[in-house]
Design a protein around this ligand. Structure first.
Ligand code: COA
Length: 265
């Protein structure tokens, strides 16, 4: 497919309207290099622009790790001194690209989900998690100053008390604990994770895109701007639903007792 990009360690694959972005740095538990952070926004933009893509799934290659975070082996060269700020900017652009995607995003998490990997997963709309997954933000163990901009996505997933606990202790949380904290939407056996994630992705892909967009914009607006949400903007997304061909199709399909064939407009 022409819209897909392949960089050596970050690949896009599409199947049945689901775009998977796969981090592949196997010798380092799919840790993200600076190049990978830099490439990620482009891959997300491509997924956004491709009308065939209905849902975006992020994952790591294999079943050992979603990602062990930023590639620490590069830090000496590009995350010290003045370079540290630039690194953070690049890293932040990657999180923003995922966090601001208008299509549904799912982190499919096998194994280790650490540091920047954990943040990336929290920037997704939801997380489908294998029962052997382990989450941790060990920034305090490396004396990394955690960028305050990254706390907001965290706080849309876990409580302030849990965010503090995660950041102050750098502790590791298993899949069930992560589910109790709100990180994991679902925990499934590792062998079933791909099928279960695909199932939920297809469920969303079959629904009306504009309805999902309106809901996503509203949930995100309340997280970003709880005191003064822009209802006028949110109302426009709802109006777009009522004016859409899909709404007419949804009504017709209901009356004709068949599945609707939505076209995303
Ligand atoms: N950056 C670079 N390399 C990493 C990495 C990272 N974030 N995480 C793991 N690796 C490398 C290890 O150095 C090791 O390489 P080696 O085989 O050449 O020695 C390889 O990946 C396997 O990791 P290892 O530590 O042997 O696996 P483990 O199962 O014993 O432990 C972790 C897994 C995730 C607990 C451990 O690797 C770890 O703590 N990683 C760092 C996580 C982190 O602090 N991330 C935040 C970065 S901001």
């Amino acid at each position: 497919m022409p819209s897909e990009t392949t960089t050596p360690m970050l690949r896009s694959l599409t199947d049945g309207g689901i775009r998977t972005i796969l981090a592949d740095n196997p010798g380092r538990l799919n840790a993200y290099t600076r190049d990978m952070w830099e490439s990620l926004p482009k891959l997300v933009r491509e997924a956004e622009a491709d009308p065939e893509v209905r849902v975006i799934v992020l994952r790591g290659a294999g079943t050992k790790a979603f990602s062990a975070g930023a590639d620490i082996s590069e830090f000496e060269g590009n995350r010290t001194g003045a370079e540290a700020r630039r690194y953070d900017e690049i890293n932040h652009e990657a999180f923003e690209a995922v966090g601001r995607a208008t299509k549904p995003t799912i982190a499919m998490v096998y194994g280790y989900c650490f540091g920047g990997g954990c943040e990336l997963a929290m920037c997704c709309d939801m997380r489908w998690v294998s029962d052997d997954a382990v989450f941790s933000i060990p920034a305090a163990k490396l004396s990394i100053g955690y960028n305050p901009r990254w706390i907001r996505p965290m706080l849309s997933v876990v409580s302030a008390a849990k965010a503090k606990e995660m950041l102050f202790t750098g502790r590791r949380y298993g899949a069930r604990e992560a589910q109790a904290m709100g990180i994991a939407n679902a925990v499934v056996a590792s062998a079933d994770l791909e099928a279960e994630t695909r199932k939920v992705a297809l469920e969303m892909a079959a629904n009306a895109r504009l309805s999902i967009r309106a809901a996503k914009e509203a949930v995100d607006e309340f997280a970003m701007n709880p005191e003064n949400p822009d209802f006028a903007r949110l109302d426009r997304f709802v109006e777009a639903c009522f004016e859409s061909e899909d709404y007419a199709e949804g009504r017709r399909a209901f009356m004709e007792k068949r599945k609707p064939a939505f076209r995303g407009r």
